[in-house]
Design a protein around this ligand. Structure first.
Ligand code: IPE
Ligand code: IPE
Ligand code: MG
Length: 249
């Protein structure tokens, strides 16, 4: 017999409602280690990881998350062996080419952040097509970071603002000028950052935007991540106290 029976379990007090973070960003790490552990090539881990990414997007939308940002390829990831880089690019190419119908049906708005000019022409075109076709969708904003580096993004933002003549008067340079020229312009900062597979670093992800995000690290490798793991991270988020430099009264 359970000790907690009937109404007495919480003395009739109401259970506080869980807060769903509006924006969740994820560093999807550990595909290679996950595959290696199974005696498989690293690219097998990436294929599995791509499947998980699609499922997590659905789960995030179902949970009421409004923005999901996934780190798919960093500005530093070009230094990997060419075969691995091209396997990753092929997975991204495939995603862009096969997701239009599903994203439209599920009311998902897709945006790619990062320096797209370095990507192959055909990949750039299919990104453009998917972004345009989903631009008015409203259920969830899905940002995929490709050839993304936080420092590179800030440098490009400053360049753009400068080209628009917005930096000529130093007294008019503020947070908003930078924010409005980042790839994430118009998207609220992440409330929660998740990194899988044990490392506790940001690896050049969203350096500006993570200023006051809550960080959650798990040992689970990305290919083993699922809705239950996402909910664990949300539960941990609910136990955090966000003070933004102020004091709790
Ligand atoms: C994350 O998994 C995917 C990318 C960085 C593209 P990794 O490929 O970094 O896997 P590990 O960290 O080597 O296990
Ligand atoms: C971060 O993972 C980049 C992505 C998840 C795309 P890495 O595996 O590249 O990061 P490090 O090398 O461990 O810092
Ligand atoms: Mg890694």
């Amino acid at each position: 017999m359970s000790f907690f029976t009937g109404k007495a379990a919480n003395n009739g007090e109401s259970v506080p409602e869980r807060i769903i973070p509006a924006h969740v960003a994820i560093i999807m790490d550990g595909n290679g280690r996950w595959a290696k552990k199974r005696g498989m090539p690293r690219t097998f881990g990436h294929t599995q990881g791509a499947r998980v990414a699609e499922t997590i997007l659905e789960d995030a939308a179902d949970l009421g998350i409004r923005y999901l940002t996934l780190y798919a390829f960093s500005t530093e990831n070009w230094s990997r062996p060419e075969a691995e880089v091209s396997a990753l690019m092929n997975l991204l190419r495939k995603y862009m080419k096969t997701s239009l119908e599903r994203c439209s049906r599920n009311n998902v708005r897709v945006r790619v952040i990062g320096d797209k000019s370095m990507l192959s022409k055909d990949l750039q075109e299919s990104i453009e097509e998917l972004e345009q076709a989903t631009a008015s969708n409203t259920r969830i904003g899905f940002q995929i970071a490709i050839n993304y580096g936080g420092r590179d993004e800030i440098v490009r933002a400053i360049k753009r603002a400068s080209q628009e003549g917005l930096l000529s008067d130093p007294s008019k340079i503020d947070d908003t000028v930078i924010n409005d020229h980042l790839d994430t312009a118009g998207i609220p900062d992440p409330d929660l950052l998740i990194r899988t597979c044990g490392e506790q670093r940001i690896s050049n992800f969203l350096l500006w935007q993570l200023a006051y995000s809550e960080f959650y690290f798990t040992d689970k490798a990305w290919p083993d991540f699922n809705k239950a793991e996402l909910e664990k991270a949300i539960d941990a988020f609910n136990h955090r106290e966000r003070r933004y430099g102020g004091l709790t009264v």
